[in-house]
Design a protein around this ligand. Structure first.
Ligand SMILES: [Zn+2]
Length: 416
């Protein structure tokens, strides 16, 4: 069915927008509805692109607030990994849904996930109706037995879920150079190449990771990943905080994409992404929240503000991390990196968008809506979320919110 959004505000002007077959089909001051057109009165709300969260671990929403304020490695080994051992498919499903509830309420239509329990994740994604990249995660702790098991699991992942459910793309992940053996990195890199899949990797997140990699392999994590064949235009490096000029050359040469996760980097005191320098060097950059356990929010509003502020401090320049650039990083750049024809409100683009309440004090005065979104607003300004032409949320409420929370409560009891 086609839908006409009546009375939306686009770039400060009132107009109507027709959505046909999941795409924006017409934008005009007034559109006369056809007999089969569904009408949605936007009541003057502002239409803007929705967010693309390029790096998260959705089911970790159940671990929000566990082991806060610790160093990365002790946090993972003492607090996170022991609880994750108790995760089963039902828990992953409940945690993914809880995360999606938070993401949808804060205007996110897509997330790139790095977690286990792919069938449960896909089921959750399909039920809510968002877009997602669901990956199988390379992780073997250098144990050949685990390497072999993971190689089998990757084969199974490729063979199953074909084609992937609507709005879901299957991807591959490598957890990191400090948790994955060279044979498994090489296997996953080759599998990604052979199958034209996106490859999602945590890389150069901390100073310690870089120091240890240099000691063990004689080069930085970026150079090491290149040596193992893991860098290509479909590779996305999450964090990428500690890069030297040689790393940046390697990233540009291989057309690798980067995802910055400022809240997680600050909370774990990992460091500051060189947004300004990397942007000026020509790197393609997306924005991600990382998981709820290390953020602890999945709101891209928080992430945009931190990204902009960090860019200024890091570059020692208030003109770095401009609001428009950061907003583009969170929207159209993310969509482009993931190969999704969306991220702007234009005829022909996939109809992913949010409708914002301009009566909210955080959105007024509206000299510059993008500035308000990056520096002033929070998720309460998002009234309606549309993904692929379908309304996911209206009046800031999703269907089945109570059920999602009830399932999450049961899951939390099971892991503690
Ligand atoms: Zn992460």
């Amino acid at each position: 069915m086609n839908m006409i959004l009546k009375n939306v505000t686009l770039n400060q002007k009132h107009c109507d927008i027709k959505i046909e077959k999941c795409r924006f089909a017409q934008i005009a001051p007034q559109i006369t509805p056809g007999i089969d057109d569904e009408i949605f009165d936007a009541g003057g709300k502002a239409i803007l692109p929705a967010f693309y969260n390029l790096h998260t671990h959705a089911a970790m929403s159940l671990l929000k607030g566990v082991g806060d304020d610790k160093e990365l490695f002790s946090w993972l080994s003492q607090d996170i990994w022991p609880r994750e051992k108790k995760f089963d498919d039902d828990i992953v499903y409940a945690g993914t849904k809880l995360a999606m509830l938070e993401m949808a309420k804060s205007g996110t239509v897509f997330f790139s996930d790095m977690y286990f329990g792919q069938a449960a994740i896909m089921k959750a994604v399909a039920e809510i109706g968002l877009r997602a990249a669901v990956s199988i995660v390379g992780f073997d702790m250098f144990d050949p037995k685990q390497t072999a098991q993971k190689i089998d699991a990757i084969k199974e992942f490729l063979d199953l879920f074909n084609p992937a459910p609507d709005l879901i793309q299957k991807t591959l992940s490598i957890h990191s150079v400090y948790t994955v053996s060279a044979p498994l990195i090489e296997h996953i890199a080759k599998t990604a190449r052979d199958n034209h899949m996106m490859l999602h990797i945590h890389a150069s997140e901390t100073k310690k990771e870089v120091k240890d990699c240099k000691k063990q392999h004689g080069c930085s994590p970026i150079a090491y990943l290149e040596k193992l064949g893991a860098l290509c235009p479909r590779t996305i490096l999450a964090h990428a905080v500690w890069l030297d000029d040689n790393d940046i050359d390697i990233i540009l040469k291989n057309k690798v994409k980067l995802v910055t996760n400022p809240a997680s980097n600050f909370k774990l005191n990992s460091g500051m992404f060189m947004f300004d320098k990397l942007q000026k060097s020509g790197c393609e950059i997306g924005l991600g929240t990382d998981g709820s356990a290390s953020n602890n929010s999945l709101s891209m509003f928080d992430e945009m503000k931190l990204c902009a502020l960090a860019a200024k401090i890091q570059a020692n320049d208030p003109t770095a991390g401009k609001a428009e650039d950061v907003f583009a990083t969170a929207t159209q750049n993310g969509a482009k990196i993931m190969g999704i024809e969306a991220g702007t409100i234009e005829v022909g683009k996939l109809a992913d968008c949010m409708l914002l309440n301009l009566e909210n004090p955080m959105m007024f005065p509206d000299y510059n809506q993008i500035s308000n979104l990056v520096y002033a607003a929070d998720s309460s300004v998002v009234d309606t979320l549309i993904c692929n032409g379908k309304i996911i949320m209206q009046n800031h409420v999703l269907p089945n919110e109570a059920e999602i929370l009830a399932q999450a409560k049961i899951a939390v009891k099971k892991i503690n």
